[in-house]
Ligand binder design. Structure first.
Ligand code: OOG
Ligand code: MG
Length: 241
């Protein structure tokens, strides 16, 4: 199966909210091929008028690696259509089996990190049962579906040990620390630069950078009020409908 055909399958699965079997079950696909599929998948969205607004890291914490059984740091692309306003509503009927996780976001400047914010990421594997291998999840834009960014804050002196909370309907469902993200979320940015460069992508000023979740993700269901808090950076929230 060609790169283009795999990208079309994943694109249709996402737009039609219908899961597909893992690509690697029936086809040869290595990690380089998977990044080529991801690029082709996003190219289809850009052709439909979406804009690239940043990059997301995945599996930068042990909690996340353990949850999905893939133990490699991965990256995906963010487009403007994936962004939900802070405190906004997200209709879940366009998703297959959405999950939500707390993130730390960087706003990239000319020389590094210009600002930091608490964030939420909604992930939705396009594969049946949310099961995948490393190449599968890379091809599927690392399960990226939507994201929410809180108010940008000045970069604090230390980012390596801030408490992270995920609340659903006012109850804490996950708690962790930014230390879980490769020891320091700034390390995720270094990794991101290096990994994307391998595929000819340079991180651009003005882009959003999601460092990867510090905790496992939880299922997202209609009616849920979800809030992420990162110590010292405030909160961000979304309501699922
Ligand atoms: C893969 C995406 C991982 C993160 O923050 O670690 C990710 C998945 O969990 O389906 O976004
Ligand atoms: Mg994530």
């Amino acid at each position: 199966m060609s790169i283009e055909t795999m990208a079309a399958l994943l694109d249709d699965a996402a737009t039609g909210a219908k899961a597909i079997p893992q690509l690697t079950l029936g086809h040869e696909l290595d990690v380089d091929g998977a990044y080529a599929v991801q690029e082709a998948l996003i190219a289809r969205r850009l052709d439909r008028g979406q804009r690239l607004v940043g990059i997301k890291m995945g599996l930068t914490s042990r909690a996340k690696m353990a949850q999905v059984g893939v133990h490699e740091v991965i990256w995906g692309r963010l487009t403007d259509a994936m962004r939900v306003p802070d405190g906004g509503r997200l209709a879940l009927d366009g998703f297959i089996h959405p999950r939500i996780e707390p993130e730390v976001a960087f706003l990239l400047g000319e020389g590094g990190i210009a600002a930091v914010a608490p964030a939420l990421e909604i992930i939705d594997s396009r594969y049946a049962d949310f099961q995948f291998t490393h190449p599968d999840v890379v091809a599927d834009n690392t399960s990226g579906a939507a994201f929410v960014i809180g108010a940008w804050q000045p970069v604090p002196a230390g980012l390596d040990n801030l408490g992270v909370l995920l609340e659903v309907d006012g109850k804490v469902v996950q708690a962790g620390s930014t230390a879980a993200i490769l020891g320091d979320p700034r390390r995720a940015l270094d990794e991101g630069r290096a990994l994307t460069a391998r595929y000819g992508v340079a991180l651009e000023p003005g882009w959003i950078f999601l460092a990867g979740a510090a905790t496992a993700a939880v299922p997202l269901t209609p009616g849920a009020h979800v809030r992420a808090t990162v110590e010292g950076l405030g909160t961000t929230s979304v309501v699922a409908s």
